[in-house]
Structure formats: C-alpha cells, structure tokens
Design a protein around this ligand. Structure first.
Ligand code: NAI
Ligand code: MG
Length: 364
C-alpha cells in the first residue's frame, strides 16, 4: 500500500525547508525503494495569493484523504494587514480543527553535538529526550461560556476550563501508547489540588493506566512540573497534560534544547477502524520572514518532523531513527546553519545542510 502524503510548504522559509525533505524522500525511493504518493498543496499566504483564502476546500479535502500531512510554516508581513478571518494563521487553525487533531506531540531532544547551544548546564541537558503530549482541542482555550461582560459597572473577563471524560480518555490513550513505544514511563501533569476539571483528569488517567500495567505512571502538579523541567528535565520521559499547561510546558521544554530550528512536532487525531490516525507534522518554528529566500534556514526541524511522520503514521521507526542518526552525525561533523552556529563550526546554507544529511544517510 502506498502512503499518501500531502505536503504544504506554506510561506517564508516553508518551501525552502520542505525542499530538503523532498530530497530525503527521493533518496528513500532510490536507495530503499520506499515510495510515497506525494501531493503538494497551498496553505496560508500562498493560498491567499492564489485563491484569496488561506485554506481552500480542495486543500482540506487533500488533507483528509492523505495518510499524513507535512507542513512548513505560514504567515509573514505581506499578509499582516488583511482581515483577521482570512489571515494565513486561520488556515492552520482550520486544518487542525477540521482534521480533529487533539493530541499535540512536542519532543524536546538535545543532540550531543549541540549541548553547548543550550543556556543550561551541560549535565542538566546532555542526553535529554522527552516527549510532551499536549491536549489540543479542549480545555480552557475552547470552553464555554467565555467572554468579557459588564455586571453592575464592573467588567469581567472569563473562560471555562472544562474536560469531558471521553476527551481525557482519548488523550490518555495516546499518551500510554507513546509510553509503550518509548521507555514505559508517563507523567501526567494537572492541578488536581485546585481544579475539579483536573481532578477528573487524574481519575480518568488512573483508569486508563490499568489497561497499561507495564507503564510506570506518575502524577505531578503543573507548578512543580515547571520547576522540575528546569531543575532536572531528564527525570521525565513522556509527559501528558491539558491544552494550556501543555502550551506553556512545551515551550519551556523547547528552550532546554536551545534552538527553534531543531524542534519538530506532530498533531494526531482519532484512530479509525484500522487504528490509523489523521496526522499533521510540522516544525515548531514559523515562517521566519527575516531570513526567507536566502538559503539560510535550518531545515532540520522539518526533517525531524518527517522522521516523526515515519515513526508515528507509517510504523517505520527504523527509518525514522536512521534520519535522526544522520542529523546527529551531520552535527557531529561540525556543520551548522546560522541559528545553531557555535565557535569553531562550519556555517552552511539550507541546501548544503540538506545535502549533508543525504551524505550521512548514504554512509549508514
Ligand atoms: P519564527 O519562528 O518565524 O521566527 C523567530 C526567529 O527564529 C526569527 O529570527 C527566525 O529567523 C528564527 N528562525 C525560525 N525558524 C528558523 C529556522 N528553521 N532556521 C533558522 N532560524 C529560524 O517566529 P516569528 O518571527 O514570531 O513569526 C514569523 C511569522 O511566522 C509570523 O507571520 C507568524 O505568524 C508565523 N508563525 C507561523 C507558525 C506556523 O506556521 N506554525 C508558528 C509561529 C509563527
Ligand atoms: Mg505556545
């Protein structure tokens, strides 16, 4: 069965970094006879320019029909002054929503060669490899009622933190599955000492845990988790948490690694009868308009997002590891794009970095 991949390069550096993924795909086809059925589509500003719409029904239909979607980035100053509801970012929000992507996977991985790029002490981050799972479609960002209202001359701004049992259960299942694929350790983060919604969260996570007796499950309050992430992040393996807590903790964990240009992500939806999930993979960074079109962008976050696609959508963990090892080796060899430049290393362009990854793949 061929694997259907929709590629959405988007704007700014999106197309430049995506081209390097295309190279790796070509390499896989040529050297390993692994072929993808690739469709390319428009999203964000590129789609606005062509169709006056950041996400057309056609692109959306392609996304729904694909086994996995790989996205570059959207946005840029060119589209800053257009109406809010057709801004590039709306396209991204819409595709995530329509695909029902409720589980956001944010790995924080420190490559040995880049330990010095983190502002943290070497022994704190060396060998760091954690996965933060953030619930993405529920919680306080979406709960009703919400708004700003005036009562008796005083204005109130309010949001509602609400989770249903099924919402918690499905994210918990993804978390336990992930833990089984990794090191069988899961930490669920909540604020069950204060928030009823997360009392239920903890209760449901505990219940799902009984189906995964091999997984070592622990619970932590979010304030402590933030502290522990900075103090001793290597105590964690997989962490699962609510939308807002995950938003904050994943950015915090990202900074442990020291570079935006190195961070991949994945967002998964519900499993169908065959166990397959809708999935969208994308680098954490944006379209970087300040360096777009200059062959300066770091393509590794997008290449690592592609590796996640292989692992989580196509059960090709060995191939994913191969790409990650190639990236590791390129860095060991001393090549750096500007964003991860360190003293004594060789500064290279986007395309040379992509080329170097291919060269390392050839050696594996
Ligand atoms: P950004 O992530 O695009 O850039 C922040 C800084 O990091 C810039 O100095 C940029 O040059 C650098 N940078 C980012 N990715 C890099 C890479 N791969 N290699 C080397 N350097 C890199 O965030 P910013 O500047 O806040 O937003 C720029 C545009 O991107 C905006 O229109 C924003 O809305 C959009 N954006 C889109 C996202 C997405 O598509 N998922 C996420 C974040 C922002
Ligand atoms: Mg955030």
């Amino acid at each position: 069965i061929t694997k259907k991949v929709l590629m959405l390069p988007g704007d700014g550096i999106g197309p430049e970094v995506m081209r390097q993924v295309q190279r790796v795909m070509d390499w896989m086809a040529k050297k390993r006879d692994i072929n993808f059925d690739v469709t390319e589509g428009l999203i964000g500003g590129a789609s606005i320019d062509a169709h006056n719409n950041p996400l057309t029904d056609e692109t959306l239909a392609d996304a729904m029909a694909a086994d996995a979607v790989l996205l570059g980035a959207v946005g840029g100053p060119k589209w800053d002054n257009i109406p809010f509801d057709i801004k590039p970012e709306r396209g991204l929000l819409k595709i995530r929503k329509e695909m029902g992507l409720f589980a956001n996977l944010r790995p924080a991985l420190v490559f040995d060669a880049l330990v010095g790029a983190s502002t943290l002490k070497e022994d704190v981050v060396k060998g760091l490899d954690i996965m933060i799972l953030r619930e993405l479609t529920g919680g306080i960002y979406f709960g009703q009622p919400r708004g700003i209202e005036e009562r008796d001359g005083v204005r109130f701004g309010f949001n509602t933190l609400v989770y249903s049992e099924p919402e918690i259960e499905r994210i918990a299942r993804v978390a336990f599955d992930m833990a089984m694929k990794r090191n069988k350790r899961l930490c669920s983060v909540d604020k069950a000492n204060v928030l009823e919604s997360t009392v239920l969260w903890r209760e449901v996570v505990e219940r799902v845990a009984r189906e995964f007796p091999e997984v070592d499950i622990s619970h932590m309050y979010v304030d402590n988790a933030a502290m522990q992430l900075v103090r001793n992040p290597k105590q964690f393996d997989v962490m699962v948490t609510t939308n807002m807590f995950g938003d904050i903790l994943s950015d915090c964990a990202a900074m442990l690694t020291g570079s935006l240009g190195m961070l991949p992500s994945a967002s998964l939806g519900a499993a169908d009868e065959t166990g397959a999930r809708k999935a969208l993979y994308e680098p954490v960074h944006g379209s970087a308009p300040d360096i777009a079109g200059q062959d300066l962008a770091n393509p590794l976050a997008t290449l690592l997002s592609f590796a996640m696609m292989l692992r989580y959508s196509f059960d090709m963990g060995d191939d994913a590891t191969m790409i990650e090892t190639a990236v590791q080796n390129v860095l060991k060899g001393g090549l750096r794009t500007a964003d991860i430049m360190q003293p004594g290393m060789a500064k290279v362009s986007t395309s040379v970095m992509g080329e170097a990854v291919i060269n390392e793949l050839n050696k594996l």
